[in-house]
Design a protein around this ligand. Structure first.
Ligand SMILES: *[C@@H]1O[C@H](CO)[C@@H](O)[C@H](O)[C@H]1NC(C)=O
Length: 325
């Protein structure tokens, strides 16, 4: 009898409990059935690739540290070669970068290049050409002729650009990426480079025309170390003769005698662009620096004489702060 009397009350209590739970855990119940828009957007493949990428590059120049000795390691090189630092969704680009270097600069300048712009490139797009046949941290090749005295001195080093171009064009021909490459960018190991700005500049030209593009305000060829682009229409012709391009008494700098030698052999247009800089940013804030650029300045593609690793890294960090990749 008693139980019967309280039966209604019991049902009310159970009902109240259920209502209480539904109100309290409403949000959790909803999440399990429908996904809120913010959850969906943060889960896109690109952002996932970025997360994985930033986790992997934990010692690169993106991390602020005064000691740069671990900026680029053997492990980094393995992971870079395996394509782990290059987002799968990102286009590989149509420019191959050729950096002229020497044995003594591998652990200083070249490691710093790898931990700044190098790590942003697809591994098929970067070559160091010097006197070293292989290295645990860099895609480096020995391009110096066997009869050259070693260690290779400054004069012996001057053949690296011509020999390197020959090697790379032949390698591209045999490789998987041949048809994707429209340009070769020639530069030194103390040349700072902005790949995004170089892409924009190259896109203004037709690579089916034989052209070379750089700072062409110096007498012959290009101003040293400012770097220059070679179009596909031109680079495919190089293996026929470029190995024979030699420095001579009047022209001994490879940025001058190689373009000059090419110009004498085949039809080519040399184009001057103010985006290429054969000096460093400090120099361009002096009166002499302004004279070096009679046509003014552009959205910088290169700077040269980036003497210390820290200067290179700092300029790269500044560059990254203003760039959207
Ligand atoms: C980063 O540096 C640490 C030492 O500071 C080293 O143990 C680690 O292997 C480095 N990471 C990579 C990817 O090389």
């Amino acid at each position: 009898m008693r139980l019967r009397r309280y039966r209604h009350l019991l049902i009310y209590l159970i009902f109240a409990y259920i209502l209480f739970f539904v109100i309290c855990f409403r949000e959790k119940l909803q999440l399990t059935t429908t996904r809120s828009p913010s959850v969906t957007t943060s889960d896109t493949p690109t952002s996932k690739a970025q997360i994985i990428r930033s986790e992997l590059i934990f010692n690169a120049s993106t991390r602020y540290q005064l000691d740069l000795s671990n900026c680029w390691t053997d492990l980094d090189y393995q992971q870079w070669k395996d394509g782990k630092y290059f987002p799968a969704s990102k286009p590989k680009g149509n420019i191959v970068y050729m950096v002229q270097t020497g044995e003594k600069n591998l652990r200083t300048r070249c490691d710093i290049m790898m931990c700044t712009f190098g790590v942003t490139l697809h591994p098929s797009r970067l070559f160091f050409v010097g006197e070293t046949p292989s290295d645990s941290r860099l895609p480096v090749y020995d391009v110096v002729e066997p009869n050259t005295p070693r260690p290779v001195d400054r004069k012996g080093s001057m053949q690296k650009v011509a020999q390197g171009l020959d090697m790379i064009v032949n390698k591209l021909r045999e490789g998987d990426y041949n048809n994707e490459i429209e340009w070769i960018m020639v530069m030194d190991d103390d040349t700072f480079i902005s790949p995004p700005n170089l892409n924009l500049l190259a896109a203004e030209y037709d690579s089916q025309r034989p052209v070379m593009i750089g700072q062409h305000t110096c007498k012959v060829g290009f101003c040293g170390g400012g770097g220059y682009l070679i179009s596909r229409a031109l680079f495919v012709q190089l293996p026929a003769f470029v190995k024979k391009c030699r420095p001579h008494d009047e022209l001994w700098d490879s940025d001058q005698f190689v373009p000059d030698c090419i110009r004498r052999k085949v039809q080519v247009e040399l184009i001057d662009r103010k985006e290429f800089n054969s000096q460093n940013p400090e120099f361009y804030s002096t009166p002499l620096g302004l004279q070096d650029h009679p046509n003014g300045f552009g959205r910088a593609v290169t700077f040269h004489y980036m003497k210390t690793p820290m200067k290179y890294v700092n300029l790269w960090r500044l560059h990254q702060a203003y760039m959207r990749e």
